[in-house]
Every structure is written in structure tokens, then in C-alpha cells.
Design a protein around this ligand. Structure first.
Ligand code: G3P
Ligand code: MG
Length: 227
């Protein structure tokens, strides 16, 4: 089962910050997941639509100017990093799952992954690009057909894993609240991996392992990775 550090090691450092990335790398995570949004011509690594929960700022992130976002405190004196800053700190040392948090992200992420392969030694097989926004994911797939896709769902569809197969995804990424053996078996029959969010306790991990789940997103990679 693959252990994916969710928003970096976000149970141990402020989520989606460079500190959370460094912590995940230090723990030996083989993969890190981050959330990406576009604002003022830049890609920012940030989960929420609004700034209040995770920073000392106010408002909707995508409506802000670069100069405003750059000076915010995202916790423990960390800034909101750009996607390029996160890519630079990882520098090909583990896989990176980039979650497109909305519209206007696919083109810029396609360009930056390409640049990282040229300048920083990343390989195309080290990325997984995922999204709940399936049209944006399809747009990304058209731009970078060589990169694996994660089809996210927060619901259990009537047609189970069909939507992920239709998207040409590599994995179906779903919520622990509804994942069951039927969904896992259906995904596997279609040749898809199943990755489940968000798992921070060993008993949940064991339940999912017994269902044949392929990976988990966790805020506490330290609980699952042997030092
Ligand atoms: O990619 C798994 C997980 O990150 C999806 O949900 O809301 O934590 O971004 P969320
Ligand atoms: Mg996410």
C-alpha cells in the first residue's frame, strides 16, 4: 500500500507549506499530495477556497493579487508556496500528486511539469495529476497524455468506477466514508488503482488493506512509514 503525504506531512507542519513538504521528505514519503489554485498569473499551493482558515489573510484566494498572497502567514511563519517552489524543494526525490483545485489550472500545471522535467530531473512517471473538476482533468490529459491521472470523487457513483475509466485515469481517488469492497473490485476490474483519503489511524489502514486498496492519503505519514 502506498503512503501519500496529504498536503505534505500536514499533521506535523502547516498544510501545503514548504515545511510540510520538508517533513514528508524527511520521513521518507514516496509520494506527496498538494492542492493547486490559480491567482494573478501564478499557481499557489493551497487547499481552501478562502484564506481565513489557514492564513492571516481574508477573502477568496483566486481573487487576490500576487503581492497580497506573497506576504501572508500560512502558519509558523511559512508563506503560501507556489507550485514551482514545491517542485523545486522536492526536486524529483518522490512522486508528486498535484490536485487541480479548479478551473484555469490545467494549462499552467502542464507547462510547469514539462519545465521540471527539463530543468530539475523529474520524470513524467513521477507525477499524478488529480481533480474533482473532471473537465479540467480532461483538459490536462489532452495536454500531457503521458502523465497519470487520478479521478477524484466525493460521492459513490451509481456506475461505480465507470467515470474514472471514461476519463482514462490511472487511479480512482475516493473518500474513506463510502469506499467499499464492491467499488474497489470494480475499479480493479477496469485496471484502475484505488487511493483513499484521508486516513490517519492504523485500524482504518488495516480495513482498507483488507479490501485491496492500493494507497492512502494521510496527514500523519509518520504513523505508517517505518523509519
Ligand atoms: O487528493 C485527495 C484529497 O486531497 C482530496 O480532497 O479536499 O483534501 O483536497 P481534499
Ligand atoms: Mg487535496
Amino acid at each position: 500500500m502506498q503512503i501519500i503525504a496529504h498536503r505534505g506531512a500536514s499533521g506535523l507542519a502547516p498544510e501545503n507549506t514548504l515545511k510540510a513538504m520538508a517533513k514528508a521528505l524527511e520521513l521518507g514519503a514516496s509520494a506527496i499530495e498538494i492542492d493547486v489554485q490559480a491567482a494573478d498569473g501564478e499557481l499557489w499551493v493551497f487547499h481552501d477556497r478562502r484564506l481565513e482558515r489557514c492564513t492571516n489573510g481574508k477573502g477568496v484566494l483566486t481573487e487576490q493579487a500576487r503581492a497580497y498572497l506573497e506576504q501572508l502567514d500560512a502558519g509558523e511563519g511559512e508563506v503560501i508556496p507556489t507550485l514551482w517552489q514545491v517542485i523545486e524543494i522536492i526536486a524529483g526525490r518522490c512522486e508528486l500528486h498535484i490536485e487541480l483545485k479548479g478551473a484555469h489550472t490545467a494549462d499552467a500545471v502542464a507547462a510547469l511539469t514539462q519545465r521540471a522535467e527539463t530543468e530539475l530531473g523529474f520524470a513524467a512517471c513521477q507525477w499524478v495529476v488529480s481533480s474533482f473538476h473532471h473537465p479540467e482533468l480532461a483538459r490536462f490529459a489532452a495536454l500531457r497524455p503521458d502523465i497519470r491521472l487520478g479521478a477524484l470523487t466525493a460521492n459513490l457513483p451509481l456506475t461505480l468506477a465507470q467515470f474514472a475509466e471514461d476519463l482514462g485515469a490511472w487511479s480512482l481517488n475516493c473518500d474513506v466514508d463510502f469506499v467499499d469492497r464492491l467499488l474497489v473490485e470494480d475499479a480493479h476490474r477496469r485496471g484502475l488503482k484505488v487511493l483513499v483519503y484521508t486516513i490517519d489511524y492504523l485500524d482504518d489502514y488495516e480495513t482498507l488493506a483488507s479490501m485491496g486498496v492500493d494507497g492512502i492519503f494521510t496527514n500523519r505519514p509518520d504513523r505508517f512509514l517505518v523509519p
